[in-house]
Design a protein around this ligand. Structure first.
Ligand code: MN
Length: 740
């Protein structure tokens, strides 16, 4: 038992005083009378339902929702968010139901509370959770965010207050929560541009995750805080005196870098303390965009800029909508410091991100880049999650990594991409048309491989082809790191290569069905496929194959339910299913030198298992080993599962037959397209008979354009034999194409 197992000791807090202080802030912030009335009502209900519940700190539970509401007030969120914050734990922890809440406060508030409750149930930090589970959790999170973006903003405020009071929970829980906050919630706050919350979440997480390093940095900062503050004061004065002459309304502020900011550079980017050039930063806020650049010129005139440290986030905003000019210059005594210059409007977005939408009461049609890009991001993540397991976990990890690298185009435009991006990601970040036409890339003048990861300050030139119809390669999906590039590649295949996708999809369906022991007769197949298509809400068979082909639909993900459907409706076990297998046998199969035929596999290494030593005539089955071909067992060998379809790895068991009659021949159909001419068929048939091949059926037809298409059904001894025949026919004059 540890100290955390004890009941918390009640702490005396006057809830009425706390609430009336908060309430006066609502009034000051111009919330309307009827809005405050609803906030009051929410407070009273929450207080009543939480009753005697205590926080770990010993405070009455209601203090927590009040604190969350206050954080949201600071962000300028609307009254519905505040009401939801008051009630956010009632549905989960008290008898108050979501139906009652809907009746009392309406649908919008209920959606937010419901979303926050659901997010609260997701666990991202548990290192035992399998990726699939994590993917599912992340998917749910984005679904909740997509319903109403305020869900995640309330959740972030909730998490922030929990982090502020994390000292009261067990050390294990501290680490779990801190890790989850650092990996999921802080990056989301960053992506949505809510800087104050992101900063504090990171700071508090690191304090729990790496207390020693945290204390070290704090110590270092303390050492020079006195001289540092002095330096900042003097520099700010110097600058503002000059800037005021240029734009009188400009304001200036300064800061010493936060502990987590320094931690990030030192421990995550491996920099030394004195390699951090933005320990000091000065921020200048001016009226408009033109003044930003004028101001920059002035700064570069006053101080010497450090080369390669100028970033123009005005022309290339960060993905979260952040805009500003950054430059690092050398100050007095050669102390480097960063200068950030932005307009008033840019500053609103920089501080509040997506929340600026509510704080500044921006209309739906207003130009809030953070709001639009936040919503777009959520939709993109939801689209990305349809791609299959694991995919979304890695894409959220890359997309949420706040670190970006700045890469230049040969013309000098700065493109920012997530760290670890390849030249493919870079190409798609410029424009999808550039990505789609890409043939290669040069970095700093050198040709690089497509998996080359771009770095800060490099000049990257994308080599493109003007050739019509040139597009990305499917391999790029495995090379690209960003979900943006991957989505663009997929959508290219979706739009440009329908025929190819259908073909690809058909092959995959065939492969997966075989692997999963789904055998259907020609008569059964169409209605079986139709049933699957209906479930996917697709129009027709081609759409289904195409979706699989370009990766919009994951067949692997669908297989369990397809198998289930198969067993329910076509419930034959594969082994009894001889007649169906006969249908598949129509395909030409390669005879192994062992005298065993493995279904659907050419040139496969076959060996006999030692456990049962199968002999010709025994009922046999093959097992696909890892790297050693197929091992053949007797069907009743004890190492073979009784019911293959229910064993762990059904896809690795495969039909095998004795090739008892070496002289046996197989039927194959070949389609010959040729220019119609007298004597052509005679020539073909003499070639065929010269190779000792029997023709069992002929179907020939002349077309108006002078072509003739002939279908020949022939008997051959195997694939080699057939290939030779096709080759011979191809060389006959007038033959355009031979297919089988
Ligand atoms: Mn809570």
């Amino acid at each position: 038992m540890n100290e955390f197992d004890y009941e918390p000791k009640p702490v005396n807090v006057d809830v009425d005083v706390v609430y009336s202080n908060l309430r006066s802030k609502f009034k000051k912030n111009k919330y309307k009378k009827n809005e405050i009335a609803l906030i009051d009502k929410a407070f009273n209900i929450a207080r009543e339902f939480h009753g005697q519940q205590l926080r770990r700190s010993g405070e009455p539970y209601i203090i927590h929702p009040l604190a969350v509401a206050e954080i949201l007030l600071g962000l300028g969120m609307d009254y519905q968010s505040i009401v939801a914050a008051m009630l956010h734990d009632t549905v989960e922890d008290t008898p108050y139901t979501i139906e009652e809440l809907t009746d009392d406060f309406g649908e919008s508030v209920a959606v937010i509370v419901d979303g926050v409750t659901k997010l609260g149930q997701l666990q991202f930090s548990d290192y035992r959770t399998i990726e699939e589970q994590q993917a599912e959790n992340i998917r749910k999170m984005f679904m909740a965010m997509n319903k109403d973006i305020r869900v995640i903003i309330v959740k972030l405020a909730d998490r922030l207050h929990n982090m502020r009071t994390l000292e009261f929970v067990s050390p294990q829980k501290q680490r779990d929560k801190a890790l989850e906050t650092l990996e999921i919630y802080a990056p989301i706050a960053h992506r949505l541009g809510i800087r104050s919350i992101k900063d504090e979440l990171e700071d508090r997480s690191i304090r729990f995750l790496d207390p020693v390093a945290y204390a070290n940095i704090e110590e270092k900062l303390k050492d020079f805080s006195k001289t540092g503050n002095e330096f900042l004061q003097n520099t700010q004065k110097q600058i503002i005196d000059r800037v005021k002459k240029l734009c009188p309304s400009a304001t200036i502020s300064g800061r010493i870098k936060s502990v987590h900011g320094i931690y990030r550079k030192m421990y995550m980017q491996g920099k030394q303390f004195d390699e951090i050039y933005d320990i000091y930063a000065v921020r200048i806020i001016v009226d408009n965009l033109i003044d930003c650049y004028n101001c920059l010129g002035l700064i570069h005139d006053m101080y010497r800029p450090l080369p390669g440290r100028f970033k123009d986030y005005i022309s290339t905003p960060k993905p979260n909508g952040y805009q500003s000019l950054h430059t690092t210059v050398l100050g007095r005594d050669a102390i480097p410091f960063e200068v950030q210059i932005r307009s008033v409007d840019m500053h609103k977005t920089a501080e509040f991100g997506i929340a600026a939408h509510w704080k500044y009461k921006l209309g739906v049609n207003s130009n809030n880049a953070a709001f639009d890009s936040g919503l777009k991001w959520i939709r993109e993540m939801l689209e990305a999650q349809q791609q299959g397991e694991g995919e979304i976990v890695s894409s959220i990890k890359t997309d949420l990594i706040p670190e970006e690298v700045f890469v230049l185009t040969p013309k000098g435009d700065v493109i920012n991409v997530p760290q670890g991006s390849t030249v493919i990601d870079f190409a798609y970040a410029i424009h999808s048309a550039v990505g789609n036409k890409m043939t290669g890339a040069k970095v700093d003048g050198r040709i690089v491989a497509l998996d080359y990861q771009v770095k800060n300050g490099e000049i990257c030139e994308i080599l493109t082809s003007q050739q019509q119809g040139k597009g990305p390669s499917r391999d790029w999906l495995n090379i690209a790191k960003t979900s943006k590039a991957k989505n663009r590649i997929r959508s290219w295949f979706k739009n440009e290569r329908r025929e190819e996708n259908i073909e690809e999809g058909k092959n995959e369906v065939e492969r997966e069905f075989r692997r999963n022991y789904i055998h259907l007769s020609k008569e059964e197949y169409p209605e079986f496929i139709a049933a699957i298509i209906k479930r996917q809400h697709l129009e027709n068979e081609d759409d289904f194959y195409a979706a699989i082909g370009y990766g919009g639909l994951s067949l692997v993900k669908l297989m369990p339910s397809i198998k289930d459907y198969y067993h329910k409706n076509y419930g034959k076990s594969a082994v009894e299913n001889r007649d169906v297998i006969e249908v598949n046998r129509e395909k030409i199969r390669k005879k192994g030198s062992t005298g065993v035929i493995i279904d659907g596999m050419d040139n496969v290494l076959v060996k006999f298992s030692k456990c049962c030593n199968p002999l010709p005539g025994d009922d046999i089955i093959g097992f696909i080993t890892r790297g050693h071909g197929v091992s053949v067992h007797k069907r009743d060998c004890e190492n073979v599962p009784k019911d293959i379809s229910k064993c762990d790895d059904p896809g690795r068991w495969i039909e095998a037959h004795w090739d008892s009659d070496i002289g046996e021949t197989y039927k194959a159909t070949i389609t010959i397209t040729c220019l119609s001419r007298i004597g052509l068929f005679a020539e073909i048939s003499s070639q065929v008979s010269m190779m000792n091949v029997n023709i069992t059926q002929v179907n020939s037809r002349d077309y108006a354009d002078g072509r003739n298409i002939t279908e020949l059904e022939v008997q051959v001894t195997g694939l080699e034999h057939l290939k030779k025949l096709v080759d011979k026919i191809k060389h006959i004059k007038g033959v355009l194409n031979v297919e089988r």
